[in-house]
Write a protein that binds this ligand. Structure first.
Ligand SMILES: [Ca+2]
Ligand SMILES: [Ca+2]
Ligand SMILES: [Ca+2]
Ligand SMILES: [Ca+2]
Length: 378
């Protein structure tokens, strides 16, 4: 009976190898050639267990949406390397894959990127919220060898290109985006030692966050599609800044032994900040609630409390200005929710003069701000 059970297990595991479960060495199974078909079962991340796509193949905001569209992210690994692919079509545009590993640093605003020699490079109009990528792979239509870039450790804007390392069978990229090729893909093999910033290859992280986009080719362009979908939607106009705020997170080392987990299905290791597909919804302020009215008297120890209602989750800061636009103070956030109090004092703790003041609610993501006037009385 036990023997039979083992036999079944063996058959299941052999089948699973065929279905690209992670194994110790995938170097004979995966070719970095810009054709991602060998990564096609458990490595397809943006799909659910019933086979429903979690990323549309034609949700691009531009005309003829399938021609500038990101379709799928594929992920797998062996003991030494992470293998990533992005399936897309790029009609004269760029495809990028962002990798976020370290919470303490990474890109906040892509339009501020600099090469280490201070030359401008890869400036695109994307800002990041909920993730700050530490690495990215980028290519453009017809380029066959995508570039792999690393953000300076601890920083947000200085990046350096990491060259291919064919000699040591290290980092390698390839892409087949060729204008109207609807089956184009970008593939990259990245040694874990590169991602862990060490030479021994031991992982100093458990999880990675991934996000792919298509962008216009010029500096300060944004783009019409990302995968997984962002919350506020992408831009029709490429000069418009887009906020990328969703990601798929893959757990590579669940048992925390500093080695990538072997014998698992990468898709089973995926989770999302918000599960796609997402119907984009621009962030809006629905209501500001003043429990005790919009008038208060700080001189009599009064303070003003207010709560914000929004259509979807986002953090906000509240700044107080006078009618000349002079910054007075930030309101105190109460209990971590969209609930604040201001005591009618400036940054130096002095009572402000009587009059009208403006509360400015600023979304952390930078998407919107909203003003409300209040009155300080005697
Ligand atoms: Ca391939
Ligand atoms: Ca898409
Ligand atoms: Ca980061
Ligand atoms: Ca999308």
């Amino acid at each position: 009976m036990i023997l039979k059970f083992n036999k079944i297990l063996l058959i299941i595991s052999l089948l699973s190898i065929g279905l690209s479960i992670t194994v110790e060495d995938l170097s004979n199974e995966i070719t970095i050639d810009g054709i991602s078909n060998e990564l096609d079962y458990y490595d397809r991340i943006l799909i659910d267990d019933d086979g429903n796509l979690l990323e549309s193949p034609q949700d691009s905001r531009w005309d003829n949406p399938e021609y500038n569209d990101v379709k799928q992210i594929k992920v797998t690994w062996d003991l030494a390397n992470l293998y990533l692919a992005v399936d897309a079509c790029s009609y004269g545009n760029n495809v990028l894959l962002f990798i976020d590993i370290y919470d303490s640093y990474g890109i906040e605003n892509m339009s501020q990127l600099n090469n280490l020699d201070d030359s401008a490079t890869w400036r695109r109009s994307f800002s990041f919220y909920n993730l700050n990528p530490d690495f990215f792979v980028g290519t453009w239509d017809t380029n066959e060898t995508p570039q792999f870039w690393k953000v300076e450790e601890g920083g947000t804007s200085r990046i350096e290109e990491i060259p291919e390392d064919i000699e040591n069978d290290g980092m390698k990229t390839s892409a087949t985006f060729d204008t109207n090729n609807l089956d184009g893909a970008m593939e990259i093999k990245i040694p874990f030692s590169v991602l862990s910033n060490n030479v021994n290859g031991l992982l100093n992280f458990n999880k990675i966050k991934l996000l792919a986009v298509i962008t216009g080719p010029d500096d300060y362009n944004s783009g019409p599609d990302c995968a997984p979908d962002n919350l506020g939607g992408m831009a029709y106009d490429p000069s418009q800044m887009v906020i990328l705020d969703n990601y798929v997170e893959i757990t590579i080392d669940a048992d925390n032994d500093s080695n990538p987990d072997i014998g698992i299905n990468p898709r089973d290791q995926a989770s999302y900040l918000e599960m796609p597909p997402i119907k984009p919804e621009a962030l809006t302020v629905q209501n500001v609630i003043f429990q005790n009215g919009k008038t208060f008297s700080p001189i009599l120890d009064g303070s003003i409390e207010f709560e914000l209602d929004t259509n979807r989750a986002s953090d906000f800061n509240v700044k107080v200005f006078d009618l000349n636009g002079k910054f007075i103070d930030s309101a105190d956030n109460l209990d971590g929710f969209l609930h604040w109090r201001w005591d009618g004092k400036d940054q130096s703790d002095n009572l402000v003069p009587f009059g009208i003041y403006i509360l400015c609610f600023i979304a952390d993501s930078g998407e919107i701000s909203h003003n409300e006037a209040i009155v300080v009385i005697k």
